[in-house]
Design a protein around this ligand. Structure first.
Ligand code: ADP
Ligand code: MG
Length: 246
């Protein structure tokens, strides 16, 4: 579950997020779309506590961050929040000295204290689900960009976070892999996860997202059911954006 109320984020004197509000229920996927620089990545970074919010409230995985909290309390809540909110970054940050399997088991073993044998069997299952069962022992530099991206996804899923955030998860994937990833993510949603997916790919969100939020310059232009928004957007700015997107 995610709740965002009047979220404001400012860099210097530039308002990057201008009072966003929305909710994402359990077993629900919100797709966030919008042009480059509209604030999509900043929104995700606020949702997992990487950026301190300057106004409003962010609630995710049962933890509430408020702009008015003192620094110490804010940091404490972010620490708890991170245990319930996972993120797959646009730039992947895999550990280069660990194999695909090692990357996926690292946090479960060292952060969540899962027994190594159990972490390994979960990791192999997840790597299988993203089509990398045969490549579990490879190091990142022996994997393609798309394969590295799938390792990063398996790594996020391995912590079984209640909330999963994805920043452009398909940027290095071909169409077949994109379809497979959509099916894998839908499976996780059925298991009870909440997801926010930032993407450029309308073919990826179609069939994955339940709701869509279209942003321009840090503001919500349109929010609605994904099917409705993709086929019959109300706002002319959304329609204009969609006419250029694929
Ligand atoms: P998107 O992901 O939609 O492309 P971003 O959230 O990355 O957009 O960026 C939104 C705006 O905030 C852009 O104008 C960007 O230049 C600015 N911005 C992002 N991060 C920073 C930062 N750390 N410092 C200053 N400005 C930033
Ligand atoms: Mg971005």
């Amino acid at each position: 579950m995610i709740r965002v109320e009047n979220l404001e984020k400012t860099y210097g004197d530039v308002r990057v997020l201008k009072g966003l509000s929305f909710e994402v229920g359990p077993r629900t996927v919100l797709g966030v779309i919008g042009g480059s620089g509209s604030g999509k990545s900043t929104l995700l970074r606020c949702l997992n506590g990487l950026e301190r919010i300057d106004g409003g409230v962010v609630e995710a995985g049962g933890v509430r961050l408020e702009a008015t909290l003192g620094a110490g309390e804010y940091a404490r809540r972010v620490k708890t929040l991170r245990r319930h909110v996972g993120m797959v970054f646009q730039h992947l940050y895999l550990f280069p000295h660990l194999t695909a399997l090692g990357n996926v088991t690292e946090a479960p073993v060292h952060v969540a204290r899962v027994r190594p044998a159990e972490a390994r069997s979960t990791a192999l299952e997840l790597l299988g689900a993203v089509g990398l069962g045969e490549k579990a022992d490879r190091f990142p530099d022996a994997l393609s960009g798309g394969e590295q991206q799938r390792v990063a996804i398996a790594r996020a899923l391995a912590m079984k976070p209640e909330v999963l955030l994805f920043d452009e998860p398909t940027s290095a994937l071909d169409p077949r892999r994109t379809a497979e990833l959509r099916a894998t993510l839908r499976g996780f949603v059925r298991d009870g996860h909440t997801m926010v997916v930032v993407t450029h790919s309308m073919s990826f969100v179609d069939g994955l997202a339940d709701y869509l939020l279209y942003m321009e310059a840090g503001e919500t232009i349109e929010y609605g059911e994904a099917k409705q928004l993709l086929t019959d957007a109300r706002d002319p700015r959304t329609r204009e954006f969609l006419s250029h997107a694929r």
